[in-house]
Design a protein around this ligand. Structure first.
Ligand code: FES
Length: 155
């Protein structure tokens, strides 16, 4: 992906060329690209006069940052104990089939990222699938296609 360095510099200057603002800068960049491109991390480190390894350490330490492209929507399939017992793994497999990606990957059209998670805190609804902010409880394998279609139609 082509990184707009001027845009990056704009963000950096907004906060100031100081390591103390690294998180804020990363957050803005991620908002811009929906992920934190590696090239952007390198450029920011260069501008802030810090070693790249430190920048990547921060980028990988915080779960909210992604160094890989993210889809417009994120499908979280719960594999916590309750959901697992109710067939969460099969639900995850059906999403893998529908989206043609593995866990942690993003579809080629950039529409969906598939993730598995450990307990979303609504075990009574097991097996639970959360797409962005929306919960789908007692999900069945057959439903996965409809759920995806729901989000595909309303881009
Ligand atoms: S185990 Fe899935 S919501 Fe708790």
């Amino acid at each position: 992906m082509e990184i707009n360095k001027e845009k990056l510099d704009e963000i950096i200057l907004k906060y100031g060329r100081d390591k103390a603002h690294l998180l804020a800068i990363f957050q803005d960049v991620q908002k811009e690209y929906r992920y934190l491109p590696k090239e952007a991390v390198r450029h920011i480190c260069m501008r802030l006069g810090m070693p790249q390894v430190d920048g990547f350490e921060v980028a990988t330490f915080y779960k909210s940052f992604s160094l890989k492209p993210r889809g417009k929507h994120t499908v979280h399939v719960c594999l916590g104990t309750a959901c697992h017992l109710k067939g969460g793994a099969d639900v995850l497999l059906s999403f893998m089939r529908e989206l043609k990606v593995k866990t942690g990957e993003t579809t080629a059209d950039g529409a969906f990222t598939l993730e598995s998670v450990n307990c979303l805190g609504a075990c009574a609804l097991a097996p639970l699938v959360r797409v962005d902010e929306k919960d789908f409880g007692k999900t069945t394998v057959a439903q996965s296609r409809n759920i995806i279609r729901d989000f595909t139609d309303h881009h």
